[in-house]
Design a binder for this molecule. Structure first.
Ligand code: NAP
Length: 260
């Protein structure tokens, strides 16, 4: 658990996509420990609707406030409608974490159109959908003196590539380009945007890998261990806080040295 306290995050409303499992859930709970109001997203499945109450209780136990907002980030109109309904309630959103993501690992000769659509639409288009749906609101909030920070979750795979992850790598590299352009466009309006590239982090996404593949990943990591969701969550809190107010357009690897 992070020991850093960012007082400016207390009471602030922050949207985290893909916030009900893995890295996203840890980001949600870390922000709750900072006293933030966390709007957490995941797909609109029956399971998520049932699980939302449990996460809300956990957020409150951590000292924060929570609001579930279930929608499919890859769906443009569903995203627009969900964000519009959130803003209609009068929330002032000052932070966004585009974390929702999927993998469909497949050798290039076996890639199907459905794999391309799923991965690009969720990871890249999803990040763009949510950010653009909030962009006008961010300009309004920053114009009123608010400090707005967007954090996108990419991957070291978007920087270095990986066999059987061509589509995933393309989607994650796209997020880096989007981050830099968005950061340049909105910096004069005091809206910041940074991108995190995690390496191998233990979550549902990586638990699907065989023990042999996991061992070979760890063998290549200079720190000789997998990362934890908390490692990423601590960095996200820093990037959302005023302590990082002079950092924008930056790409930060958190990978135990894997990229070196
Ligand atoms: P995870 O455990 O599989 O969780 C993914 C989350 O994204 C879930 O909450 C899922 O919600 C949500 N999601 C997927 N598609 C969605 C959609 N269309 N709309 C809304 N929510 C959606 O993954 P993770 O390992 O925590 O990864 C989180 C992020 O970190 C991803 O962007 C991933 O690419 C990136 N990353 C992970 C690693 C790693 O080693 N784990 C490394 C580098 C980067 P549902 O429960 O509704 O499916």
């Amino acid at each position: 658990m992070s020991s850093a306290i960012y007082n400016d995050l207390q009471g602030k409303s922050i949207l985290v996509t893909g916030g009900m499992r893995g890295i996203g859930r840890e980001i949600v709970l870390s922000l709750a420990r900072q006293g933030a109001h966390v709007i957490f997203n995941a797909t609109k499945s029956e399971k998520n609707q049932e699980k939302a109450g449990e996460l809300l209780r956990k957020i409150e136990e951590c000292g924060g406030k929570g609001t579930p907002l279930l929608f499919d980030v890859s769906n443009f109109s569903e995203t627009q409608e969900a964000i519009a309904s959130l803003l209609k309630e009068g929330h002032s959103i000052v932070g966004l974490v585009n974390n929702a993501g999927v993998t469909r690992d497949q050798l290039i000769l076996k890639v199907k159109e459905d794999d391309i659509d799923k991965v690009i639409d969720t990871n890249l288009k999803g990040t763009i959908n949510v950010t653009t749906a909030l962009a006008r609101h961010f300009l309004k909030v920053s114009g009123e003196g608010g400090n707005v920070s967007v954090v996108n979750i990419s991957s070291v795979v978007g920087l270095m590539g990986n066999p059987a992850q061509t589509i995933y790598a393309a989607s994650k590299a796209g997020i880096i380009g989007f981050t830099k352009a968005f950061a340049k466009e909105l910096a004069s309006k005091k809206v910041r945007c940074n991108v995190i590239c995690p390496g191998f982090i233990e979550t549902d996404m990586t638990s699907a890998l065989s023990e042999k593949v996991k061992e070979s990943y760890i063998e290549n990591i200079p720190l000789k261990r997998a990362g934890q969701s908390q490692d990423v969550a601590s960095l996200v809190c820093f990037l959302l806080s005023h302590d990082s107010s002079y950092i924008t357009g930056e790409t930060i690897k958190i990978d135990g040295g894997l990229y070196i």
